[in-house]
Design a protein. Structure first.
Length: 181
Protein backbone atom coordinates (compact mmCIF):
# COMPACT_ATOMS: atom_id res chain seq x y z
CA UNK A 1 0.00 0.00 0.00
CA UNK A 2 1.42 3.40 -0.94
CA UNK A 3 0.39 7.03 -1.11
CA UNK A 4 0.52 7.45 -4.88
CA UNK A 5 -0.72 11.00 -5.50
CA UNK A 6 -2.11 14.03 -3.68
CA UNK A 7 -3.38 17.49 -4.55
CA UNK A 8 -2.40 20.09 -1.92
CA UNK A 9 -3.31 23.27 -3.85
CA UNK A 10 -6.35 22.81 -6.09
CA UNK A 11 -7.75 25.56 -8.26
CA UNK A 12 -10.33 27.34 -6.12
CA UNK A 13 -11.04 26.69 -2.48
CA UNK A 14 -8.61 24.15 -1.00
CA UNK A 15 -11.18 22.41 1.18
CA UNK A 16 -13.34 21.71 -1.86
CA UNK A 17 -10.63 20.18 -4.02
CA UNK A 18 -7.84 18.63 -1.94
CA UNK A 19 -7.41 14.86 -1.98
CA UNK A 20 -5.00 12.04 -1.18
CA UNK A 21 -4.80 8.89 -3.29
CA UNK A 22 -3.77 5.47 -1.97
CA UNK A 23 -2.75 2.62 -4.26
CA UNK A 24 -2.72 -1.08 -3.42
CA UNK A 25 0.52 -2.23 -5.02
CA UNK A 26 0.17 -5.77 -3.66
CA UNK A 27 -1.33 -8.90 -5.21
CA UNK A 28 -4.04 -9.19 -2.55
CA UNK A 29 -6.94 -7.09 -1.30
CA UNK A 30 -6.03 -4.99 1.74
CA UNK A 31 -8.48 -4.28 4.55
CA UNK A 32 -7.62 -0.78 5.76
CA UNK A 33 -9.76 -0.97 8.90
CA UNK A 34 -7.74 0.68 11.65
CA UNK A 35 -5.16 2.13 9.28
CA UNK A 36 -4.59 5.87 9.48
CA UNK A 37 -3.23 8.69 7.41
CA UNK A 38 -1.66 11.68 9.17
CA UNK A 39 -0.32 15.02 8.00
CA UNK A 40 2.65 17.03 9.32
CA UNK A 41 0.47 18.74 11.95
CA UNK A 42 -0.58 15.36 13.39
CA UNK A 43 -4.17 15.50 12.09
CA UNK A 44 -5.21 11.88 11.53
CA UNK A 45 -7.94 10.09 9.62
CA UNK A 46 -8.79 6.45 10.32
CA UNK A 47 -9.51 4.38 7.23
CA UNK A 48 -12.34 1.84 7.03
CA UNK A 49 -12.41 0.56 3.45
CA UNK A 50 -10.89 -2.31 1.53
CA UNK A 51 -8.81 -1.89 -1.63
CA UNK A 52 -8.41 -4.66 -4.17
CA UNK A 53 -5.06 -5.48 -5.77
CA UNK A 54 -3.97 -2.79 -8.23
CA UNK A 55 -6.82 -0.48 -7.16
CA UNK A 56 -6.95 3.09 -5.87
CA UNK A 57 -8.78 4.85 -3.07
CA UNK A 58 -9.19 8.63 -3.23
CA UNK A 59 -9.72 10.43 0.07
CA UNK A 60 -10.97 14.01 -0.27
CA UNK A 61 -10.93 16.76 2.34
CA UNK A 62 -14.65 16.34 3.02
CA UNK A 63 -13.92 12.75 4.10
CA UNK A 64 -10.62 13.15 5.97
CA UNK A 65 -10.83 16.76 7.23
CA UNK A 66 -7.05 16.84 6.62
CA UNK A 67 -6.10 20.25 5.21
CA UNK A 68 -2.94 19.88 3.14
CA UNK A 69 -0.32 22.65 3.33
CA UNK A 70 0.52 24.46 0.10
CA UNK A 71 4.12 25.26 1.10
CA UNK A 72 5.47 21.96 2.44
CA UNK A 73 3.65 18.91 3.69
CA UNK A 74 4.38 15.45 4.98
CA UNK A 75 1.88 12.59 4.85
CA UNK A 76 2.23 9.37 6.82
CA UNK A 77 0.39 6.09 6.25
CA UNK A 78 0.22 3.72 9.25
CA UNK A 79 -1.21 0.20 9.40
CA UNK A 80 -3.58 -1.01 12.13
CA UNK A 81 -0.61 -1.86 14.39
CA UNK A 82 0.85 1.65 14.10
CA UNK A 83 3.70 0.65 11.77
CA UNK A 84 4.76 3.34 9.29
CA UNK A 85 3.93 1.94 5.85
CA UNK A 86 4.62 4.97 3.65
CA UNK A 87 5.73 8.58 4.03
CA UNK A 88 5.71 11.31 1.40
CA UNK A 89 6.78 14.92 1.65
CA UNK A 90 7.53 18.02 -0.35
CA UNK A 91 9.18 21.26 0.71
CA UNK A 92 8.36 23.64 -2.13
CA UNK A 93 5.39 25.85 -2.92
CA UNK A 94 2.74 23.70 -4.60
CA UNK A 95 1.60 25.22 -7.90
CA UNK A 96 -2.16 25.69 -8.10
CA UNK A 97 -3.92 22.76 -9.76
CA UNK A 98 -0.80 20.55 -9.90
CA UNK A 99 -0.77 17.26 -8.03
CA UNK A 100 2.23 15.40 -6.70
CA UNK A 101 2.56 11.93 -8.18
CA UNK A 102 4.72 8.99 -7.32
CA UNK A 103 7.07 8.25 -10.19
CA UNK A 104 9.72 5.57 -9.64
CA UNK A 105 9.57 6.05 -5.86
CA UNK A 106 9.90 9.84 -6.02
CA UNK A 107 7.28 12.58 -5.94
CA UNK A 108 7.08 15.27 -8.61
CA UNK A 109 4.43 17.78 -9.69
CA UNK A 110 2.29 16.97 -12.72
CA UNK A 111 0.09 19.13 -14.92
CA UNK A 112 -2.60 16.46 -15.07
CA UNK A 113 -3.94 15.14 -11.74
CA UNK A 114 -5.34 11.62 -12.08
CA UNK A 115 -7.35 10.77 -8.95
CA UNK A 116 -8.23 7.08 -8.93
CA UNK A 117 -6.21 6.35 -12.08
CA UNK A 118 -2.67 5.52 -13.16
CA UNK A 119 -0.41 8.56 -12.94
CA UNK A 120 0.42 10.37 -16.18
CA UNK A 121 3.89 11.71 -16.88
CA UNK A 122 3.08 15.20 -18.21
CA UNK A 123 5.24 17.07 -15.71
CA UNK A 124 5.43 20.74 -14.82
CA UNK A 125 7.98 22.36 -17.09
CA UNK A 126 10.09 24.26 -14.58
CA UNK A 127 13.16 22.44 -13.38
CA UNK A 128 13.10 23.82 -9.83
CA UNK A 129 9.71 22.25 -9.14
CA UNK A 130 10.85 18.86 -10.42
CA UNK A 131 14.09 18.52 -8.46
CA UNK A 132 13.85 15.40 -6.34
CA UNK A 133 15.96 14.44 -3.37
CA UNK A 134 17.66 11.06 -3.63
CA UNK A 135 18.91 11.10 -0.03
CA UNK A 136 16.37 8.86 1.65
CA UNK A 137 14.81 5.67 0.46
CA UNK A 138 13.77 2.81 2.61
CA UNK A 139 10.10 2.95 1.67
CA UNK A 140 10.17 6.68 2.30
CA UNK A 141 9.39 8.78 -0.76
CA UNK A 142 10.72 12.31 -0.76
CA UNK A 143 9.57 15.26 -2.79
CA UNK A 144 11.19 18.20 -4.52
CA UNK A 145 14.05 20.02 -2.89
CA UNK A 146 13.20 23.21 -1.09
CA UNK A 147 14.22 26.67 -2.32
CA UNK A 148 17.09 26.83 0.21
CA UNK A 149 18.70 23.77 -1.40
CA UNK A 150 18.33 25.34 -4.85
CA UNK A 151 19.86 28.62 -3.62
CA UNK A 152 22.82 26.74 -2.10
CA UNK A 153 23.38 24.96 -5.40
CA UNK A 154 23.36 28.31 -7.20
CA UNK A 155 25.85 29.71 -4.64
CA UNK A 156 28.29 26.85 -5.24
CA UNK A 157 28.00 27.23 -9.00
CA UNK A 158 28.65 30.99 -8.63
CA UNK A 159 31.72 30.40 -6.44
CA UNK A 160 33.10 27.86 -8.90
CA UNK A 161 32.66 30.26 -11.82
CA UNK A 162 34.32 33.08 -9.84
CA UNK A 163 37.35 30.87 -9.15
CA UNK A 164 37.62 29.85 -12.80
CA UNK A 165 37.41 33.49 -13.92
CA UNK A 166 40.07 34.53 -11.37
CA UNK A 167 42.39 31.80 -12.63
CA UNK A 168 41.86 32.87 -16.24
CA UNK A 169 42.48 36.53 -15.29
CA UNK A 170 45.79 35.68 -13.53
CA UNK A 171 46.86 33.52 -16.47
CA UNK A 172 46.22 36.33 -18.99
CA UNK A 173 48.02 38.90 -16.82
CA UNK A 174 51.06 36.60 -16.51
CA UNK A 175 51.10 35.99 -20.26
CA UNK A 176 51.13 39.75 -20.83
CA UNK A 177 54.00 40.05 -18.31
CA UNK A 178 52.02 42.47 -16.22
CA UNK A 179 52.70 40.59 -13.01
CA UNK A 180 56.21 40.12 -11.78
CA UNK A 181 57.35 36.68 -10.74
Amino acid sequence: MIISEFLPNPIGKDTEGEWIELFNNSQEAVDLSGWQIKDASGKAFFLKNKIGPGQYSVLDYKTTKISLNNNAETLFLYDQKGNLIDKVEFAAAAPEGKSLISQNGQFIFTNEPTPGKTNKTNFVATQKENLVSEDTFAKVSTGPLNRTDINLTNLFIGLFLALVLAFVFVFIIKKLNLLSD
